[in-house]
Design a protein around this ligand. Structure first.
Ligand code: TXA
Ligand code: MG
Length: 328
């Protein structure tokens, strides 16, 4: 008997206008045919995502860009050669055929070629580019296992492809080519250092007029239900002595007391391992009925930039502060 081709089945669902959750190397995505506006609209509904927040279009080969973008600048080409397939998203000027619901009416479209074989197989078999945000309710932690998706969106999606835990664990880096100089919109799986080694200096995220770098980069994001405090000062622990506190430790902690539970991102302090464990560790802490999660800060270099970006957003309780460094 032939083995059931689950990826082929998922592709068929996409071709018929359905929505499918699928693994990528960064986080799980919730995908639809990028050229089917009604299917894409269902993604927004299921996620409860505001329509001003555009989606990333996933391709199976750089050749697929012909239908999506008008031009690939030389620097973007070099980055594609070096980092695709992989966790790098490029914002390029779009072809007029790309539906407005995908790009939130912007003249640009965000594109990336994921590395996970199941994601590539799905796009190839569906024979269309796949528009997909992370497969979580808007504002909540991104899923890094099929189980996370099932817990939160299970009955609302047509199928969940299980490709195991995501290896990178934080979302793709987003780089925009809509201005003269390339600009970083979101730190992620490919580090700024790696990018600058290929194309030279990149503009940092801008906070002009209090606008987020990418339309969806809201200050409070990736947030669990339990409050998170960034452990910048040691005093934090004293001020919350009598509460039930969990610790999100970057590396092996010196002492577990006074914490109710400790999650260690990487015993040896390896940023790759820490990124891969980040969202699942916060989720576990979030199920423990804690009063507070204290998160250790990590050095802001390499992947540490993406980790700190997610931790800052997860810890925000309030609205948006203009002077905050966060590349919101
Ligand atoms: O790793 C990832 O990028 C994952 C996997 C599933 O590929 N996807 C992901 O998608 O993180 P999402 O929707 O959670 O985040 C996409 C971000 C949003 O902040 C959105 O505002 C920004 O990309 N974005 C999309 N299109 C854009 C555009 N044309 N210009 C600027 N930002 C854009
Ligand atoms: Mg997301």
């Amino acid at each position: 008997m032939r083995e059931f081709d689950v990826v082929g089945h998922a592709a068929e669902i996409i071709r018929r206008g359905g929505i499918v959750a699928f693994p990528t190397e960064t986080v799980y995505g919730l995908g639809a045919d990028a050229f089917a506006p009604l299917a894409v609209a269902r993604i927004f509904e299921v996620k409860n995502r505001p329509y001003f927040d555009p989606l990333i279009v996933h391709v199976a080969s750089p050749r697929d860009l012909d239908h999506l973008v008008t031009d690939v600048p030389a620097m973007a080409k070099s980055l594609i050669d070096r980092f695709w397939p992989g966790p790098l998203t490029l914002v390029l000027s779009k072809q007029s055929e790309v539906p407005d619901i995908v790009t939130a009416g912007l003249p640009t479209v965000a594109v990336r070629m994921p590395k996970h074989p199941m994601a590539l197989g799905l796009i190839e078999k569906a024979a269309c580019p796949i528009a997909a945000p992370s497969a979580n309710p808007f504002g909540y932690l991104s899923p890094t296992t099929a189980e996370h998706v099932r817990d939160q969106l299970g009955d609302q999606v047509d199928l969940i492809l299980d490709g195991g835990p995501c290896q990178v664990g934080v979302e793709s880096t987003i780089l925009s080519f809509s201005e003269e100089m390339p600009r970083l919109l979101r730190p992620g799986g490919v580090t700024l250092e790696e990018i600058e080694r290929v194309i030279g200096r990149v503009e940092p995220c801008s906070n002009k007029e209090g606008m987020p770098g990418a339309p969806g980069m809201l200050p409070r994001h990736y947030a669990p239900r339990t409050p998170i405090l960034l452990d910048r000062e040691a005093t934090v622990r004293d001020s919350v002595k009598h509460k039930k506190i969990g610790l999100l430790a970057y590396r092996e902690p010196r002492e577990a007391a006074p914490f109710h539970h400790v999650e260690v991102l990487s015993m040896k302090g390896d940023p790759r391992e820490a990124a891969a464990n980040l969202f699942a560790a916060i989720r576990r802490l979030d199920t423990m009925d804690l009063d507070l999660i204290v998160a250790e800060t990590v050095p802001e270099e390499g992947l540490g930039r993406a980790i700190m970006d997610r931790l800052r957003r997860a810890s925000r309780r309030d609205g948006y502060a203009k002077d905050e460094h966060v590349e919101s």
